[in-house]
Design a protein around this ligand. Structure first.
Ligand code: SF4
Ligand code: SF4
Length: 96
């Protein structure tokens, strides 16, 4: 994966099953499911479909994420969530 189109394709595999959220420190700290890897994936998909502009809340999420990787190992669809986060960070910081 290297760009927007790649991460968009990755997000299409998400079934919103929520299995990723229980290991996520963002969710465990807030108990608010908007702070979760599932939310990152859903908002990334929506952002791509709306032309690629990343909303402030998604920007906040990708920089709060500590890249622990707990979501990656829990996702039954094998979505590489930490890779999505890293690519989005590069995009936001203008490194792509
Ligand atoms: S890598 Fe980020 S989104 Fe995934 S579980 Fe860790 S903090 Fe949450
Ligand atoms: S575990 Fe994977 S498929 Fe399920 S909600 Fe999280 S990212 Fe989507």
């Amino acid at each position: 994966m290297s760009g927007w189109k790649d991460i968009f394709k990755e997000t299409l595999r998400c079934t919103q099953c929520n299995l990723c959220i229980l290991g996520c420190p963002m969710f465990m700290g807030t108990r608010y499911d908007h702070y979760s890897p599932r939310a990152i994936i859903l908002l990334t998909r929506e952002s791509y479909l709306r032309g690629g502009e990343i909303p402030k809340f998604l920007k906040d999420l990708i920089f709060i994420c500590n890249l622990c990787g707990n979501c990656d190992v829990r996702c039954p669809a094998k979505i590489r969530i930490t890779e999505v986060v890293k690519i989005l960070r590069s995009y936001v910081l203008g490194n792509t």
